[in-house]
Design a protein around this ligand. Structure first.
Ligand code: GLN
Length: 453
């Protein structure tokens, strides 16, 4: 098949099926067909690379030149980005075909995709259930076979949790591995771009395009990028797997435990060794995150003021009224809640008690991982405490929603890479196994994921 034929087929599937899932905010028909035709011409001329003409789609957190970029918010519902995010540019340069922009929780705040201004995304496994969040559109589109792979972002679990809920593979690279330039900032010290795909091999192909130093992102790291597909078939004989006892507590149902333990037993059959470890500050991860992430978001979102770009209220009386009503009308409830928490935590008199303390706790959490990796090569755990929950189940209880991220958040605080790999089902719903690697050890995660699949 030509890229144009495959692209047409996928666009037709999106048209026919996405009214059920709501995974796309924008479908870029014309641009996709133009890219596919250019790719076919390139192939005919003998200039094809592995990505020439391959369809994919971007989470709507990534700026796309000339294409609506909403971040799931009314605030940016009229924002046509004037430039491409570095990773968007990377895929364009590689010859990929972008089918459009994927739905997400507003400004990536959420675990269920219920906070999107564009409405909830349905889980293709059971449309009464959430697809996870915040990259729920990326996960649902891949699970529904509307697109083979999608970009996504992960601040506290937003790649791994939706991948787990939709039976997919999600990779959150090491902080600094992938450029954040043009990825709309939520919590800058935690945000990292990554992938949601059907398997580890596709993730490796995507990471090959995305990874690398970018002078436009001061936190991106200058370090060689390996070919992530080269080590997929390495043997895992002798690999030491750490199982953190804090991640296998009674909070996890027996059914969930069983699926994860079965997966680990498979690794033992392949020659891996298992060792129990302890990450003693695990219980502090959610409290520290819910001070740090809102603090950073309150600063980052101050640029949405109704003046320079984005939503502006009707007929403002004066500048004060313009700011207040534009932000009051443009942001949804979850975003407002976080801005208020963050502004409070950062305010004079409370800064030392909350923000500074949270940063100190963050260092303890990081140190737990650093010492664990002296003894093990990889850490394994569940991704979520339960399979996909129903719409509304956690929607009115923010703390219950925050607790959903109990197994994914700590490694964002530490900056480590993490991956979610499908490992069975509970009550007919998919469950994920989390692989946590040492800094810049994405190749090992992809290798371990591929060997299991
Ligand atoms: N659910 C978490 C939050 O709401 C994580 C979101 C994310 O990783 N972007 O902040």
């Amino acid at each position: 098949y030509s890229s144009a034929e495959i692209t047409q087929e996928l666009l037709a599937r999106i048209k026919a099926q996405d009214s059920t899932y709501n995974s796309f905010i924008t479908v870029s028909d014309e641009q996709a067909i133009a890219q596919a035709n250019a790719a076919d011409a390139c192939r005919a001329a003998g200039n094809a690379s592995p990505w020439t003409g391959v369809p994919m789609a971007h989470k709507d957190i990534f700026c796309t030149n000339g294409v609506l970029t909403t971040c799931g918010s009314k605030m940016l519902s009229n924002f046509i980005a004037p430039y491409d995010a570095t990773i968007v540019d990377n895929f364009n340069q590689a010859g990929a075909v972008s089918l459009g922009k994927l739905n997400m929780d507003e400004f990536a705040m959420g675990s269920s995709n219920e906070s999107s201004f564009y409405g909830p995304v349905k889980n293709p496994w059971d449309t009464e259930r959430v697809p996870g969040g915040s990259s729920g559109g990326s996960a649902a589109a891949v699970a529904a076979r509307l697109v083979p792979g999608a970009t996504a972002s992960d601040t506290g679990g937003s790649i791994r949790q939706p991948a787990a809920f939709c039976g997919l593979t999600g990779l959150k690279p090491t902080y600094g591995r992938v450029s954040r330039y043009g990825m709309i900032a939520y919590a800058s010290s935690l945000d990292q771009a990554g992938t949601i795909t059907r398997n580890a091999e596709d993730s490796a192909m995507m990471l090959n395009v995305m990874a690398g130093f970018d002078a436009k992102d001061s936190t991106s790291v200058q370090r060689d990028v390996p070919d992530y597909t080269a080590s997929l078939n390495d043997s895992i004989e002798g690999m030491t797997i750490g199982l953190p006892k804090e991640y296998f507590s009674d909070a996890l149902s027996a059914d969930m435990q069983q699926q994860v333990r079965n997966a680990i037993a498979e690794y033992e059959k392949m020659g891996a060794k298992v060792k129990e470890i302890s990450l003693p500050n695990t219980h502090l991860a959610i409290p520290a995150y819910y001070v740090i992430a809102p603090s950073e978001c309150s600063a980052n979102l101050s640029r949405m003021d109704g003046v320079r770009f984005g939503y502006r209220c009707e007929d403002p009386k004066d500048i004060e009224d313009l700011y207040k009503r534009s932000r009051g009308e443009g942001f949804g409830n979850e975003v407002k809640r976080r801005i208020m928490i963050g502004a409070y935590a950062l305010s004079a008199g409370f800064y030392d008690a909350y923000y500074k303390k949270a940063q100190q706790v963050r260092r303890l959490i990081k140190n737990d991982f650093v010492s664990a990796f002296n003894d093990v090569d990889i850490i394994m755990s569940p991704v979520t405490p339960t399979p996909a929950f129903k719409f509304g189940e956690n929607a009115n209880d923010p703390v219950a929603m925050y607790l959903e991220d109990i197994f994914t958040i700590a490694l964002n605080l530490a900056g480590l890479p993490g991956m979610s790999v499908p490992c069975g089902q509970v009550n007919g719903l998919p469950v994920g196994l989390q692989l946590i690697g040492n800094y810049f050890d994405e190749a090992r995660l992809l290798n371990a994921g591929h060997q299991f699949q």
